[in-house]
Design a protein around this ligand. Structure first.
Ligand code: IVH
Length: 683
């Protein structure tokens, strides 16, 4: 390569990497996999170091000198006391060993001990605790300053407002604690499933969804999705010795202070042991609550860490070893189009079976029509499939080098493959839908959902049985389940008497299922099981919910707001019951004898907080103080304005002041909004 060619390639790579940085950090919508990104960045780093003059003449601005920037509008910018650096990373064992050799030379010894930790695929956060009390949560931003996301972070149940006092680890005056905010796979899948039902675009992976969530401007919207937290390091600390003197000791301190830490890490003497630990981590990491994309190898001794120091970008004492993405290449045999419960049409890739992450994959989602066009995926292509936290793998790209000339672009069907209705696309939605509520596939899926374990749980009404009762025309909507006739069911086969009677008994029993199960079963967009429980305790009956108005959720009347229900969900509920057929369905269910069990705490007269007194302080993540007071009083609790020994609980939000200090001094229990909500529900 000539210097001139290098300069052109450097300029091209710089703008490409910068564009991907923007998509990854700011809009949380990456277009390429992490591994593809790392490959581009590595090529750029290599060229910049082999052709320094070419790099200089391509300009001073290069994304390789930055750590990315996640700052967004609408948040206060806060400077980190100690910068948040990024880590050097590698996919190669040889380079990891080179890291050890380099450190040994630098420190003049080769008896180095390491800690090997999982590399959590979340978004970096820095928590500042002042005198043990949470002062703020800040994103990495550009490494020097980040966004203050305290209000949103406070929706995380595992985030302590107050560090626990621990005999072996005194709480420092000021400490920055570093870790990652992430979303559990289960929650990620729940949200994507509900987005798909609603015809909205799916999120690419849990990391991006977590990153997008923490940057929502309304904490109530954040509270609708659950985020989690894990911490692994310490930034600034005053007095300094409070941080301890080893990396593993630092983990122990974090745990002693009541902070969530990684469930497992390894201490390793020398790089061979570290390499063995990485292998073990790779075998067990799929059992962790968070997605891991590698291992982080850190020097165990903090004194040696200080001695090794950092470059402008990353510490010399740590290295990330990244696991290769679980990806395979195979041939796309055909594209089929599936109809979902709410009519959304999802294109599915039918693949030549291929082994991927231990399972044989023969189908993968193609998401929607736009995705197929954007990636230019054609039947007959060789494609790459990857698992990105989804149960179903996704087609991430085609291999253009292997495209046969006869491959032609896929034409998305204009009619529903099940009922033949012309497909529609609502304004602002990416999905195409079958608009026919009576479309047989939609009916089957609605009924399956309603009868499933996650909803009213009717044993014996599995897929095959649902198909049979829908095909025979006995069930057209879920209320028809309660009108199924024994003589009809008996025609489904020989000697089916026993199973028919069992099914009818299960159907009868389901009439008394808990209210939230029915609410979940209605299949309202965005309403999962957790929201259904909140709605059940608030409304107490299907009829009341079906008559809910906008004010019941978000209106001026703050007292009637419901925590955990944000604008999107409220709109979906109103929109759902605006359809006459949804209200008719509720009426039909009740006429058919359905009588859901309302939650105990919502029953009139239930006063789970009777005899307890509360003091509120600071800003709560999703409720105003007035609202919290009203709900506490409604549940039988008393509100006091100052803290005394008799106070049962202090409910603390962000920026809580002297009341919190007093509570700590008097040994009064301090709780957050999440715990309060649990108590209100009688938990
Ligand atoms: S230590 C000086 N430990 O990965 C930087 N980072 O790709 C010290 N990460 O910036 C970071 N898991 O946001 C560390 N166990 C772990 C980690 C971890 C995930 C993140 C962190 C870091 C990024 C680098």
């Amino acid at each position: 390569m000539t210097s001139h060619e290098a300069q052109r390639r450097i300029a091209a790579l710089r703008s490409e990497v910068a564009a991907h940085d923007e998509r990854y950090y700011c809009s949380a919508r990456p277009e390429i996999s992490d591994q593809e990104y790392d490959r581009l960045k590595r090529e750029l780093v290599d060229l910049e170091s082999s052709f320094p003059e070419a790099a200089a003449s391509a300009g001073a601005q290069t994304p390789t000198a930055r750590v990315g920037d996640d700052r967004a509008d609408g948040f206060r910018t806060v400077r980190h006391r100690q910068p948040m650096q990024s880590l050097d990373n590698t996919y190669s064992e040889a380079e990891l060993r080179e890291f050890h050799a380099r450190l040994s030379r630098l420190l003049g010894r080769d008896d180095l001990s390491y800690v090997v930790e999982p590399k959590i695929d979340g978004l970096a956060v820095s928590l500042t605790y002042e005198k043990g009390r949470l002062a703020r949560a800040v994103t990495r931003g550009n490494g020097v300053e980040g966004d203050d996301v305290t209000a949103n972070a406070l929706t995380i149940r595992a985030l302590p407002r107050q560090l626990k006092r621990a005999a072996q680890a005194p709480v420092p005056d000021l400490i920055e604690i570093r870790g990652e905010i992430y979303m559990a796979l289960e929650e990620f899948r729940r949200i994507n499933a509900s987005r798909e039902d609603a015809g909205e675009e799916r999120y690419a992976n849990p990391r991006n969804l977590a990153a997008g969530t923490i940057k929502l401007l309304d904490p109530r919207e954040v509270a609708e999705r659950s985020l989690e937290l894990v911490l692994y390091g310490i930034g600034a600390c005053e007095p300094a010795q409070a941080g301890g003197d080893t990396q593993s000791g630092c983990q122990a301190r974090l745990r002693a202070w009541g902070l969530p830490t990684v469930e497992k890490f390894w201490t390793a003497r020398g790089i061979d042991e570290a390499w063995a630990a990485i292998g073990e981590l790779d075998r067990i990491r799929h059992g962790f609550a968070y997605a891991t994309d590698g291992a982080v190898v850190k020097l165990e001794s903090l004194a040696l860490q200080r001695e090794a120091g950092s470059t402008s970008k990353s510490p010399r004492w740590a290295m990330a070893y990244k696991f290769a993405a679980e990806r395979a290449e195979t041939r796309l045999l055909s594209i089929t189009v599936q109809v979902g419960r709410t009519g959304v049409l999802t294109p599915v890739a039918e693949l030549e079976p291929v082994l991927l992450a231990g399972t044989t994959v023969s189908r993968a989602t193609l998401h929607n029509r736009d995705e197929i066009a954007r990636k230019d995926i054609r039947v007959g292509d060789y494609v790459f499939v990857e698992k990105a936290g989804e149960v179903i793998p996704a087609v991430v790209a085609v291999n253009p080098a292997r495209r046969a000339p006869e491959c032609s672009a896929f034409v998305f069907p204009a009619r529903c493959p099940s009922c033949g209705s012309a497909v529609v696309q609502a304004a602002g939605e990416v999905a195409l839908r079958c608009p026919n509520y009576d479309c047989p596939v939609q009916v089957r899926r609605r009924v399956r959902h309603f009868a499933s374990k996650a909803c009213v749980d009717i044993d014996g009404l599995g897929e095959a049985m649902v198909d049979a009762v829908v095909e025979n025309g006995w069930v057209r909507d879920v209320a028809d389940i309660y009108r199924l006739r024994r003589d009809n069911l008996l025609t489904l086969g020989k000697s089916v008497e026993k199973s028919t009677d069992n099914l009818l008994a299960a159907i009868e029993a389901s009439k008394r299922a808990e209210l939230w199960r029915f609410i979940h079963g209605l299949g309202i967009s965005h309403v999962g099981a957790a929201a259904a429980k909140d709605l059940a305790s608030r409304f107490g009956s299907l009829e009341a919910l079906s008559q809910s108005r906008h004010e019941d959720f978000i209106g001026e009347d703050k007292e009637s707001r419901i925590a955990g229900i944000g604008e999107t969900m409220a709109e979906a509920i109103i929109e759902h019951f605006n359809q006459p057929r949804s209200r008719t369905l509720v009426r039909d269910l009740i006429r058919a004898g359905v009588s859901p069990r309302a939650p105990a705490a919502a029953a009139p007269g239930a006063r789970p907080l009777a005899g307890k007194s509360f003091v509120l302080t600071g800003t709560l993540p999703t409720m105003t103080r007035d609202e919290a007071s009203a709900r506490i009083e409604a549940a039988g609790g008393k509100i006091a304005s100052s803290v005394s020994k008799k106070t049962s609980f202090v409910v603390a939000g962000s920026d809580s002041g002297s009341k919190l200090e007093k509570a700590t001094a008097l040994g009064v229990s301090v709780i957050g909004e999440a715990e309060l909500l649990g108590m209100l529900k009688g938990e």
